[in-house]
Design a protein around this ligand. Structure first.
Ligand SMILES: Cc1cc2nc3c(=O)[nH]c(=O)nc-3n(C[C@H](O)[C@H](O)[C@H](O)COP(=O)(O)OP(=O)(O)OC[C@H]3O[C@@H](n4cnc5c(N)ncnc54)[C@H](O)[C@@H]3O)c2cc1C
Length: 377
């Protein structure tokens, strides 16, 4: 006996949870199937940056459209998600870096966007007085920010239950059959629905492969570190042109440090482990901008598995092979910021409504040999 629903979501990360909430609030009977536990992978490991700064041009409209949704998220979900409109800053530490940032700002302006702003040293130190004196200027987006990944997952999980979503943990999907309705096969039962959303993160390509769609996704163990609490010294989320870094300070004083360093992937156990040498390199980048961090003690490091696609852009797309299947995976280290908007886009695809931001660059078929020459730079 197969249990039916109006919509099945595969994967209980941010993309799956947020989509399930929207669909259920819309009156649909929603079942969410999560192989492990809710928020187990990229979504809870995330740095939580809500960044339109320095985005790939194809993602700029999505990142900008997501910002008001983050500002409303606490009211919408009825719980604090830790969202702070802190601004995000990418610092130039040398003349070459400053020239690159100026080129970037000009290119973004040429596309019609005004959110990125070049500031010189005086304005930069007015924003962040604790920065090391060698910093020359920066690219700034004043209305970017960050949120708390764990609070966001808990808020979404509660909202999903309140909206009537049937959330099933420990239900790994292993098969998907086309038809009307679609049949979703798990290790312990089968389910049917006319609509299925593939939000399986770093394993989204495995779900797509079940219906013959090929997407090159590399599971990558992105690593993070957090320090013991220190006195408040930074307001915005900070990055640098001279190395991989994303740095922010929580309200409790902890400094959260990441930036894209890739640790070890243990594919068999679906876990990531940080590489100590890269933790050190990441901390060195942080201490170069804020020298007092040289003495800060790290209290935890971790690595979360994220699916990186070949072109670094996600798949947000109806399946080209199976009617009723919608893909939203492969967010390539940028998905946290986009997640409330992605859920909207998925439901717009489901309802055949016009998308609230352009999704053509994120088609599932862009990796097929016939379209391999397309570029989204
Ligand atoms: C360390 C780190 C830092 C990051 N920092 C930022 C940041 O600052 N800003 C930003 O915008 N983005 C950031 N990201 C990226 C962002 O967190 C992710 O893009 C986003 O969380 C992806 O959400 P998801 O729901 O697609 O994936 P996930 O959270 O990985 O969820 C996918 C879920 O699908 C489940 N699943 C997989 N296969 C199956 C199956 N067969 N059956 C059922 N369930 C299945 C998995 O168990 C998992 O729970 C970061 C990511 C990491 C790892």
């Amino acid at each position: 006996m197969r249990e039916g629903a109006d919509l099945i979501v595969i994967g209980g990360g941010l993309m799956g949870l947020w989509t399930a909430v929207l669909a259920a609030r819309d009156g649909r009977r929603v079942r969410l199937l999560e192989a492990e536990t809710i928020g187990r992978h990229a979504s809870s490991a995330s740095a939580g940056g809500v960044r339109s700064l320095n985005r790939h041009p194809a993602e700029i409209p999505l990142a900008r459209a997501a910002l008001p949704l983050w500002r409303e998220a606490a009211r919408d979900l009825g719980a604090d998600v830790g969202y702070v409109a802190s601004g995000q800053i990418r610092v130039a530490e040398d003349e070459a870096g400053l020239a690159r940032l100026e080129d970037r700002a000009a290119a973004t302006r040429a596309l019609g966007y005004t959110h990125e702003e070049i500031v010189g040293a005086n304005a930069l130190f007015a924003l962040e007085p604790a920065l090391a004196p060698h910093c020359l200027g920066a690219l700034v987006v004043r209305d970017d920010g960050f949120a708390d990944p764990l609070r966001t997952i808990h808020a979404l999980s509660r909202a999903a239950h309140a909206a009537g979503v049937i959330v099933e943990e420990g239900r790994r999907v292993i098969g998907l059959a086309a038809g009307s309705p679609l049949i979703v096969v798990t290790e312990s039962g089968e389910f049917t629905a006319p609509l299925v959303v593939n939000a399986a993160g770093a394993w989204g390509n495995a779900i797509a492969a079940l219906v013959g769609e090929t997407v090159p996704v590399t599971p990558t163990a992105l690593q993070m570190s957090v320090t013991e609490p220190v006195a408040p010294f930074v307001a915005a989320v900070l990055g640098t042109e001279s190395g991989m870094l994303s740095l922010k300070q929580s309200a409790a004083g902890h400094v959260v440090i990441g930036g894209g360093f890739a640790g070890h992937v243990d594919a068999a156990h679906r876990i990531g482990r940080p590489r100590p040498t890269l933790v050190s390199e990441n901390l060195a980048n942080a201490a170069r901008l804020f020298p007092h961090l040289d003495a800060a003690r790290i209290v935890r490091t971790w690595a979360g598995l994220e699916g990186i696609t070949r072109d670094g852009l996600p798949v947000i797309s109806p399946s080209r092979k199976v009617s009723g299947l919608i893909h939203a995976f492969g967010f390539s280290a940028h998905g946290f910021a986009l997640s409330p908007l992605v859920a909207r886009l998925v439901m717009e695809i489901a309802d055949a409504r016009p998308p609230s931001a352009p999704i053509t660059p994120f088609g599932v078929d862009r990796f097929q040999p016939a379209s391999e020459e397309r570029r989204y730079a």
